[in-house]
Ligand binder design. Structure first.
Ligand SMILES: [Fe+2]
Length: 437
């Protein structure tokens, strides 16, 4: 805002925010939804004969799932290539390889449409590929400073549809893509509404082949989004945006995100034991995929908080699986440190997780959320007991982790519901070394 405008127009900068909005891709959900993928692209204005790319990984290609997606698109009248070299927790270089593939095959203009198919890593690779092809340059141009150049994305007209095969990351609806920057040992997000897909197609039949450990780890990521979205600051805790375009991507919880959080926490916590023990239960798989979607709508609109901020340095240094890292850090961070921000809300959360809080005071019930969450993790029997078991992390590693968190994750820490210092982060990491003996 210029000085002239600030004196001649109403200045809202020092008032609480009064407006929230919810921006979402179109969502198509249910058994057989993959059969409607061709319709989805026609509906987005893609014409017969258009040439698209399915971005996926080797495992989904080997299972025949990628062929199933390709065949549905070909039957709908499109020409389709498949790129199946996505890596887990993609690095800048890995995304660069996908971009090189696109430029080698189709030149700078790229394909007519893109499908991201797989776990969050495949979806994020597809999101960045579409964004960079359309806006030009390289991924690092759009990563926030100082790691990247912090350029703004301005275009997102080439259709992108995302099909998750895990009930976890929420990448199918989120406005962010996470990349690891190897030489700096950090993870960075490209965050913009131009990263968001046009549509998400969720078909639970793809999730039944997930093994128990991946099922549990991705479920814990989904539950983390729902819990962080439920417990983050409220939208009107922030100052009013000067104009709608400057409202942050993660703008706080709202009445609508609360509805999605509450449904997600119940769906995920009441079905996760069943899908880990019996992966073929399509009803439970469907409930989990729905819970993950709702968790993403809530958490990745309202905003992830401290736990996700702490998880990125851990994942980048030790190459741990994102959902597993979230599982290990949630008790100490979201359910421990942050519980003091709003005990009544955390007491309600404990009940949603399945705890019996009858007769407890509000502050006791709030603490029960952490205990119930740990009981759930122990029941699953495939998750590590803390950072030490996760990656051999000890007290000696915590200074580096705490400094990395506060240095590189300002985007998430700024909106944590309780202010947090580097010393606080150090103590929270220490608490997460052993969640149980
Ligand atoms: Fe996550």
């Amino acid at each position: 805002m210029s000085y002239e405008r600030s004196v001649s127009a109403p200045d809202h900068r020092f008032e609480p925010e009064t407006v929230w909005n919810l921006q979402m891709p179109e969502i198509r959900f249910g058994r057989g939804a993959v059969e409607e993928l061709g319709f989805q692209f026609h509906d987005l204005g893609v014409e017969d004969g258009a040439h698209g790319l399915v971005v996926t990984d080797e495992n989904l290609a080997d299972l025949g799932h990628a062929d199933r997606v390709r065949e549905h698109l070909e039957d709908a009248g499109f020409e389709v290539d498949v790129y199946d070299d996505c890596e887990r927790e993609p690095s800048l270089e890995a995304v660069g390889e996908c971009l090189s593939f696109v430029r080698d095959e189709q030149g700078e203009a790229g394909y007519d449409f893109y499908v991201g198919f797989g776990g969050g890593s495949c979806l994020d690779t597809a999101k960045v590929t579409r964004a960079v092809i359309e806006n030009g340059g390289e991924p690092l141009d759009y990563v926030a400073e100082p790691t990247g150049k912090g350029k703004a994305l301005t275009q997102s007209n080439i259709p992108l549809v995302l099909m998750p095969t895990t009930a976890g990351t929420g990448a199918e609806t989120s406005p962010v893509a996470i990349l690891s920057v190897e030489e700096k040992q950090i993870k960075e997000g490209i965050s913009s509404n131009h990263v968001r897909a046009d549509a998400a197609v969720l078909d639970p039949t793809f999730t039944t082949t997930l093994p128990p450990d991946i099922t549990a780890k991705t479920a814990m990521d989904a539950l983390g989004h729902a819990i962080e979205g439920y417990t983050t600051h409220q939208f009107d805790d922030l100052l009013r945006a000067d104009d709608p375009a400057s409202r942050p991507t993660y703008a706080g919880r709202t009445p609508i995100t609360d509805q999605f959080s509450e449904a997600a926490i119940s769906l995920l916590s009441s079905n996760v034991r069943q899908v880990v023990n019996n992966g073929d239960d399509i009803e439970a798989r469907s409930a989990m995929l729905q819970g993950a979607l709702f968790g993403a709508i809530a958490g990745l609109t309202a905003g992830a908080t401290l736990c996700h901020a702490m998880a990125y340095p851990v994942g980048n240094r030790y190459h741990t699986f994102h959902g597993e890292t979230i599982a290990v850090l949630t008790p100490a961070s979201t359910l421990g440190y942050n519980a003091a921000s709003d005990p009544e809300r955390f007491a309600r959360l404990a009940e949603m997780l399945g705890a019996d809080t009858t007769g407890m005071s509000t502050s006791e019930a709030a603490k029960e959320a952490k205990r119930e969450y740990i009981r759930l993790q122990r029941d699953l029997n495939v998750l590590p007991s803390g950072l030490n078991e996760l990656a051999g992390i000890t007290e000696d590693d915590l200074d580096w982790l705490a400094e990395q968190t506060t240095d590189t994750q300002k985007r998430l820490l700024r909106t944590n519901p309780r202010p947090v210092t580097t010393e606080d982060v150090h103590d929270i990491f220490a608490d997460a070394l052993y969640n149980w003996e």
